[in-house]
Design a protein around this ligand. Structure first.
Ligand SMILES: [Fe+2]
Ligand SMILES: [Fe+2]
Length: 251
């Protein structure tokens, strides 16, 4: 399977997995037009749509894509069912498509029913774990988000993080504000800035990098606690909550 991403709206990506037989799977089509154009251009036949959660920038294109390709199967959590989902999935489900297994992980916190799809080497994390950060937490479900991103970070180091937004640079600026002397973050920031200046993307990232650049995954480290004005005996979860609240007012 090969991976392609299509930038849509202001900072979303729609991910497409395709094989040499020209069949493909679309993840979170927030709009339809550029996706249908790409499918027609490449002569790809979409077999399935996978939805992570019920936000319009992830689901807005489903209806039109299904109208154009009526044989397609739409998978999604219960919260997305009004978007034409014909296979409701939940935690622990395994989806078999195009000779690949997609494991469904329940990753709530951003929305109550948010899921991520894992098919090695790819994790499609929607708006849960971002490169350098994590999604906004709605309805105060911080513990859910904390557990969700820790679970994603426990995947093998060579897993490719395919999240849904290009927020990496802004997330790294946030990280550098709190850890201005962190050499790895500084180097990574420079690399990503160069990539974006060339019109490229920061994604996919790798889990091994996220463990180093993503402060939300480093909440047990003393330097992070100190930079937030927290005591050494603060719990990792307390650090996460303070960090998330700081980020809420950051941008
Ligand atoms: Fe969202
Ligand atoms: Fe989103």
């Amino acid at each position: 399977m090969f991976l392609k991403k299509i930038p849509i709206l202001s900072d979303n990506y729609v991910w497409i997995l395709y094989n040499i037989q020209s069949f493909c799977i679309i993840i979170d089509p927030g709009v339809s037009e550029p996706i249908i154009k790409e499918l027609e251009k490449k002569k790809w036949e979409p077999i399935a749509i996978l939805l992570t959660h019920d936000h319009i920038d992830h689901t807005g294109g489903v209806k039109k894509i299904v109208e154009n390709f009526p044989k397609i199967t739409v998978f999604g959590p219960n919260e997305t069912k009004r978007h034409g989902v014909n296979k409701i999935i939940s935690e622990g489900d395994k989806i078999f498509i195009l000779n690949k297994i997609f494991y469904v992980f329940f990753t709530p916190g951003h929305t109550p029913g948010h899921v991520s799809y894992y098919s090695h080497p790819y994790i499609f994390s929607g708006d849960s774990l971002f490169s350098g950060g994590c999604g906004r937490v709605f309805k105060n479900k911080h513990l859910e988000m904390y557990n969700s991103i820790k679970m994603i970070a426990s995947l093998p180091n060579n897993t490719m993080l395919c999240c849904s937004h290009e927020y990496t640079l802004s997330n790294l600026k946030f990280s550098m504000f709190f850890l201005p002397d962190d050499k790895f973050i500084k180097v990574y920031f420079k690399k990503i800035k160069e990539r974006l200046n060339l019109g490229k993307s920061s994604l996919p990232s790798f889990i091994i990098f996220e463990k180093k650049i993503n402060l939300f995954l480093r909440t047990d480290e003393r330097c992070v606690k100190r930079s937030l004005g927290l005591k050494n005996n603060s719990t990792s979860f307390e650090v996460f909550v303070k960090l998330r609240l700081k980020k809420d007012f950051w941008s």
